[in-house]
Design a protein around this ligand. Structure first.
Ligand code: BG6
Length: 492
């Protein structure tokens, strides 16, 4: 049974009329209210630059929440109750005077911790933080939530982190990587550290290699300008994929506190081998999609999307072979791939165990004779352990068959809805628990590694290889793994 948060809090949502707030954050707050996890006095102040009165703002939020919450999960009475918690202030991020009204709002009926959620471009984080301090809106209990991207590279991330650190202590900062709020991502911790069965096998003695795939079927979705500056390496690998890699590769933390977990993740990031010029050819593939089809419909290529600038060489696909230089993972490659406009939306991790040391079955079946643990993050969250058994029937002799020990969460644990990542993250923020948020040194070590990959490819690599929308990326990404005598799971 979920314990209700005792903490009544005031949440100020900067950028409340922006895409993230409307598509994800307000629907998540509605769901928390529906689950009765918001205490009676919890208030939300929506803040944006548009001139609106509170009724106008509530109507706009109502419309967006209705659009983004499934109709079977919508309860009009809860929505009305939730909107009554919401107030609205017009505010220009850079105008100090506007912030005095926030202090008055706090003084009027504020209780509990103040949460300042910056659902804005990162270029505003420093300004908002300073103005909150100047207008005396904050105290030592204030929590600040910021979204990725924290910078464009190591240097710019330091600038942003420094601006935040001028006003807030690290234990007040909640840096979001929404993958950490996903049910199955959290389950990686339970799987690894609650099951001795796995943890004793979790090393280079027993595991041959690991695959991490985060595939999206969508393209750029009207975000060409932003995406073209970032590319898949900065947009997905620097944060989501490296976080997954850390959770798979880290050593057992001594407890579940935020710093114990984050200390272990940082050790993994520090042990990542740079992808230097001499291994660029064999360890990295960049791709860019051309016209093709998605969900049975013809779709344009990256360079023909709305607002596209011809000739851009930004990558929409990356496959790479990462190596972790430590005792546990020496010699175990982590093959990682992620891309837009792939055949389906699919995030999964596959742990390939080594085969038995002495093989006694049919030689022609030797290839399949290893166990795999498949962890499905989305869709259809669950896990499956592929094990080998004897094929049934008198005529089969000792032929082997691979079959799954299957755990599909929705079937095993009932049909209850799996909360969206943002619901969990918002709830943890309200409880003041930082273990699902990224610490400054994690962000910075991730940037250091990504920066050197990018700078090496800028100096040495060819332009991204083309792949048709609706396929699994450039052919070279298949070669990246087959060169080592292996294949991507989909290709088996
Ligand atoms: C975001 C990226 O962080 O994650 C997007 O900026 C990407 O480009 C999205 O589409 C994917 O998230 P999810 O939860 O849909 O896998």
């Amino acid at each position: 049974m979920v314990k209700k948060t005792e903490n009544r809090c005031d949440l100020i949502m900067f950028g409340a009329l922006g895409d993230l707030a409307q598509r994800k954050l307000f629907p998540a707050l509605y769901q928390l209210d529906a689950a009765e996890l918001l205490t009676a006095g919890t208030r939300v102040l929506a803040v944006a630059r548009k001139d609106l009165d509170v009724e106008g703002a509530r109507e706009q939020l109502r419309k967006k929440i209705l659009e983004n919450v499934k109709s079977e999960e919508m309860d009009q009475a809860v929505l009305d109750r939730f909107l009554q918690r919401v107030d609205y202030h017009r505010l220009d991020f850079g105008t100090l005077d506007d912030y005095h009204a926030l202090r008055e709002w706090r003084e009027e009926g504020g209780h509990g911790a103040l949460i300042a959620y910056m659902a804005t471009p990162p270029s505003f984080y420093g300004t908002i933080a300073r103005n909150l301090r100047e207008a005396e809106c904050i105290d030592a209990a204030t929590r600040v939530v910021v979204e990725k991207p924290i910078g464009h590279d190591f240097e710019s991330s330091c600038e942003i982190n420094d601006q935040l650190a001028e006003v807030f202590n690290e234990d007040q900062l909640f840096r979001i990587d929404h993958y950490l709020g996903k049910e199955t991502v959290q389950n990686l911790i339970a799987l690894r550290f609650a099951n001795n069965l796995f943890e004793t096998q979790w090393n280079q003695n027993q595991i041959s290699h690991v695959e991490i795939t985060v595939a999206e079927s969508v393209g750029i979705e009207g975000r060409w300008g932003y995406f073209d500056q970032a590319g898949q390496m900065r947009d997905m690998i620097q944060n989501h994929l490296l976080q997954l890699l850390c959770l798979i590769a880290m050593d057992p933390p001594s407890d579940l506190t935020a710093d114990s977990i984050r200390d272990e993740k940082v050790k993994v990031l520090k042990a990542l081998r740079p992808i230097t010029a001499d291994v660029m050819e064999t360890h990295l593939v960049r791709g860019q999609y051309t016209a093709g089809s998605s969900g049975g419909k013809a779709v344009p290529g990256y360079l023909e999307e709305e607002d596209a600038v011809r000739g851009s060489s930004t990558e929409t696909f990356v496959a790479l072979k990462a190596e972790i230089h430590n005792w546990r993972w020496s010699g175990v490659p982590f093959y990682i791939r992620t891309g837009k406009r792939l055949p389906e939306k699919l995030s999964q991790i596959i742990i390939h165990f080594k085969p038995a040391p002495h093989y006694i079955f049919d030689p022609d079946q030797k290839q399949m004779a290893n166990n795999k643990l498949i962890i499905r993050l989305q869709p259809d969250e669950g896990m499956s352990l592929q094990i080998l058994t004897k094929d049934q029937g008198l005529d089969k002799g000792m032929r082997l068959r691979q079959g799954p020990l299957e755990l599909t969460f929705s079937e095993t644990f009932g049909q209850g809805r799996i909360p969206d990542a943002y619901e969990r993250l918002l709830w943890e923020i309200m409880k003041g628990n930082q273990y699902l948020f990224v610490r400054r040194d994690e962000v910075e070590h991730a940037w250091r590694w990504v920066d050197q990959v990018i700078s090496n490819w800028e100096d040495h690599a060819a332009p991204p290889k083309r792949y048709a929308a609706g396929t699994w990326g450039p052919v070279a990404s298949v070669a990246l793994i087959t060169r080592d005598g292996r294949s991507w799971y989909e290709d088996v």
